[in-house]
Design a protein around this ligand. Structure first.
Ligand code: GLC
Length: 535
């Protein structure tokens, strides 16, 4: 079961590499650079949605689940990519979006056109309003109400953008369509799926108001029974999907995007007959503090063990501010996720880079699989000052232009050269502007420089492969270094020491430093650094 300890590289396709010069990443760009990804030493890629889409939410508004958007390429190119990736030893995960379709999906177009009470409307959640008000008080994750009215007066539910109508998962046709869509891609050699907002599909019958609970809860998570997040009935869907995946040889796998508060709730998705893995967002949001990280690791391992599942470790993705910039906040005492949490708090990017290096060794020393987000291997920071007229994330508009949203972590990668578009593609521009200050961060500028972030990532990934204990040996915390140091033993001969205290820490004698995130002089590991030591 390759996914139990794999390192998976997230390809945000719009921003990875552009083959045709239109400034938007595409399949041709990705195929060109599969060798770069394989050369990092990862085991698989997860590709964000590449399906036909009006791109109201960067492709998470799908209008055809069984094709490729012409801006990204063709279905034939997608098939070729899967074959080429496999030849390089990379498995391929796609991204499935079951909670909602695009409003341009033929089902929704038909539902609007065929009117109240029509069977086509039953695939979605259409309801009459309350007077001139929406059917209930739910709000959209991107801001504003979760309901929009169609010309005949009915309202439809959208937990995200109005261009993303929520599907009705009580409809058998919806269930069958998605099971067949999984098969469509599995038949083309795809190794698995990341499941978008996996905890949202099922809504409480009657769609009751949130009432006081609305104010008490952060959007996109829940605490206790909730009418649209993490409902019990959703597990039935994943039991069916598991049967679909298990019918293949080798069996296909899933990773759930489920923003639930508690690892206890997350592990319910990972019972033996459900999903294989889920993103560990508790780890992603943990502050850079020994106590918090240790507690997070303990809870994660305990909850996964309880259901026999393999944990995952992730620090960045296309929805959150890059962790280099999060860790650059010296006062990182509160969990942070979005750019909005960071703005106005002074940043020390060098500190962020030191911590990112240390975090990599910690992450790679934990038992389970690891997700890396494209560009973190280049040490890219969040772009916090994109011009307002460049922002395209629906969050910006839906928040009434108060929340700049997620574009800052989606800026196209810098590959080469000393000015934008930094070799992103043959064209002159990129769909989001790159900062001129990225010249030293291009893959070209870093390649071959042993002090660079890129070579450091390559070395760490190589070392993880070369040290079998990291995948197989039992895990244990060691506490002799004090409360502000995380020390992890993987078998008798391997130790990962992460110094989150303010002063240097003495590494154990008679050990060899295999890899360290900063120079170790006289056996002293500096603050905000980590080392892998072997006996
Ligand atoms: C997930 C995606 C995010 C998207 C949302 C709605 O959270 O990762 O990018 O906006 O779902 O599909």
């Amino acid at each position: 079961m390759w996914w139990r300890d794999a390192v998976i590289y997230q390809v945000y396709i719009r921003s990875f590499a552009d083959g045709n010069g239109d400034g938007l990443g595409d399949l041709a760009g990705l195929r060109d650079r599969l060798g770069y990804i394989a050369g990092l030493g990862v085991d698989a890629i997860w590709i964000n949605p590449w399906y036909p889409s009006p791109m109201a939410d960067g492709g998470y508004d799908v209008s055809d689940y069984r094709d490729v958007d012409p801006r990204f390429g063709t279905l034939a190119e997608a098939e070729a990519l899967v074959t080429e990736a496999h030849a390089l030893g990379l498995r391929v995960l796609l991204d499935i979006v079951p909670n909602h379709t695009s409003s341009a999906h033929p089902w929704f177009v038909e539902a609007v056109a065929s009117g109240r009470g029509s069977p086509a409307r039953e695939r979605y959640l259409f309801r009459p309003g309350r007077g001139s008000m929406p059917p209930n008080d739910w709000s959209s994750v991107f801001g504003g109400p979760a309901w929009t009215q169609v010309p005949d007066g009915e309202w439809y539910l959208h937990l995200f953008d109005p261009a993303q109508p929520d599907l009705n998962w009580d409809h058998p046709g919806v269930r069958a369509y998605f099971a067949e869509t999984l098969e469509f891609w599995f038949d083309r050699g795809v190794d698995g799926f990341r499941i978008d907002v996996a905890h949202s599909l099922i809504k409480e019958p009657g769609l009751p108001d949130l009432g006081a609970r609305a104010a008490a809860q952060p959007v996109f998570a829940h605490a206790g029974a909730h009418p649209h997040w993490d409902r019990e009935e959703v597990h039935e869907v994943y039991r069916e999907w598991r049967r679909v995946a298990d019918a293949y040889d080798p069996p296909r796998m899933f990773v759930a995007e489920a923003w639930v508060d508690e690892p206890e709730r997350l592990s319910r998705y990972l019972r033996p007959d459900e999903l294989h893995t889920a993103f560990n967002f508790l780890y992603l949001t943990a502050p850079w503090q020994a106590g918090d990280l240790r507690r997070t690791i303990v809870r994660t391992l305990a909850e996964h063990l309880a259901v026999g599942a393999s944990p995952t470790w992730v620090l960045s993705n296309h929805d959150v501010a890059r962790h280099l910039s999060r860790y650059a906040r010296r006062d990182q005492e509160i969990p942070t996720r979005q750019l909005a949490d960071l703005l106005g708090r002074p940043a020390d990017l060098e500190l962020g880079a030191r911590r990112v290096r240390a975090a990599l060794l910690l992450t790679l020393a934990l038992p389970g699989s690891v997700y890396l987000y494209q560009g973190e291997e280049l040490g890219l920071p969040e772009v916090e000052d994109l011009p307002e007229d460049a922002l395209v994330d629906p969050t910006w508009r839906r928040s009434g232009f108060t929340d700049r949203g997620r574009d800052g972590c989606r800026v196209p990668l810098p590959w080469s050269g000393d000015a934008p578009p930094f070799g992103f593609g043959p064209g002159p521009t990129t769909w989001l502007p790159q900062p001129a200050s990225w010249a030293p961060l291009t893959a070209e500028a870093q390649a071959g420089d042993p002090t660079s972030m890129l070579e450091y990532y390559r070395e760490a990934l190589r070392a993880r492969r070369a040290i079998p204990a990291l995948r197989t040996a039992p895990f244990r915390f060691r506490d002799e270094f004090g409360p502000d140091v995380i020390a992890i033993e993987r078998g008798p001969g391997f130790l990962c020491v992460v110094n989150l205290s303010g002063s240097p820490v003495l590494l154990p004698s008679r050990t060899t430093v295999r890899l360290s995130s900063a120079d170790v002089v006289g056996d002293l590991l500096p603050p905000d650094a980590a080392a892998w030591v072997t006996r």
